[in-house]
Every structure is written in structure tokens, then in C-alpha cells.
Design a protein around this ligand. Sequence first.
Ligand code: AMP
Length: 182
Amino acid sequence: MTLTANEKTILMNSIRDIHDFPKLGIVFKDITTLLADKEAYALLMRHLHQRYASYNLTHIAGIDARGFIFGAALAQMLNVGFVPIRKKGKLPYTTVSEKYSLEYGFDEVEVHIDAFSNVESPRVLLIDDLIATGGTAFAAANLINKVGAQCVEACFILGLDFLNGQEKMAEIVKIYTVLGVD
Ligand code: AMP
């Protein structure tokens, strides 16, 4: 299902811009207003469900923390597993980690070493709310591959089209962005 221009407008209008958060010059795309709007949230999840129903996925991997919200909901709709990719120091078992730079700082993500080992040939969709510079998602996709799974696509609700994150990401994995921000 392709979203109509009207549906895209409904989704875009449900997302709030917060200027100068978390620091001066950043326009933070606040998806909490989309989540609180049951029609917009359902429209988005229905769209993602329809897109990914035929992908033969085994897991959704969500990026800490907003990727968990969309990823966990989608995993239930698709009847597949959910794997959290977390900020450093949060996962209790043995992890594999990757460092990366953000639009506004540096960070490190981790995944459990055996996160996808409950199935034979894991086929994973990576999901996050937004791709900016692509650093986080690039590190997360590398992690998925490092622990022996195939990252078949990376999905973002929003893509900041004025940064080159999507191009950078597309070099290593197919990407899908629901809404572009220019
Ligand atoms: P990046 O690694 O630069 O692609 O940054 C992506 C991560 O940072 C995602 O987990 C986003 O949730 C968060 N992020 C970066 N920039 C923004 C922004 N302008 N608005 C909301 N979240 C952002």
C-alpha cells in the first residue's frame, strides 16, 4: 500500500517540531504527538504492516528508544520476534557494540550476541523513528550483520533529506523512509 498525499499530510501534521532541542539550531521532530493520535498511529502501523507482510521477516530490530515503539508494535502485527538495539551499558548479557556519531554528539549501540540465534536464517528489518546523519542506523545495521543475521531493509518514519544519511545508509542496506523532511 502506497500512502496517498493526504495520508502523508495526516502523518506529517501529527508530528510536532520542537526548535532548539536538545541544543540550539536543531529542529527536533517529536513523534509523541503522532503516538497520542490513535488515527495517525494506526494509519502508520497499518501502512508498515502491509509493506512488510510479504518480506518473510523473522525479527524486527528497533533502535533505542523510539525505534522500540514502532518496532515492537510491528513485530506483533507481523508475528515475528523483536530485538532491541540499545545504548551502551543497558543490555545484561554478552553484547557486540559499535560506536557512531550523531547529529548532535557521539554514542555507542549494542546488541546481545545471541539476539537472533533462535532461528536458522534470521531476516531482520531495522527500524527507527528518524534518520538524520545515518550514524546510528549504520552502526545498528552493522551490528545485525556482525551477529550473523541479514538486515534486509532499514525503515524510518522520517528522513531528514537535507542530510546525506539516507544515501550513506543505502550503500549497505535497502532503505525505506515513510516521510521526507526537506
Ligand atoms: P543520526 O544517527 O544522525 O541519523 O540520528 C538518528 C537518531 O537520533 C535517531 O535515533 C533519532 O531519534 C535521533 N535524532 C537525530 N536528529 C533528530 C531530530 N532532528 N529529531 C528527532 N530525533 C532526532
